[in-house]
Design a binder for this molecule. Structure first.
Ligand SMILES: [Zn+2]
Length: 58
């Protein structure tokens, strides 16, 4: 049931919001160059994806 905002104390709000936070970004090591990259993304350092060179990076 809905509770008026003035009836919800600071502690109850803080406890409810204790789960609201940013998560650290998931990173995996590139199998080709070892750089930390996002999973399921082409490596921006070497242009490899799934063991193959798919884009040219300078
Ligand atoms: Zn790489």
């Amino acid at each position: 049931m809905a509770v008026p905002p003035r009836r919800t104390g600071k502690t109850a709000k803080a406890l409810r919001r204790s789960h609201i936070k940013l998560n650290s970004a998931a990173l995996v090591e590139c199998s080709n160059c070892g750089a930390m990259i996002k999973p399921h993304h082409i490596c921006p350092k070497c242009g490899y994806y799934n063991g193959k060179k798919v884009v040219n990076v300078k």
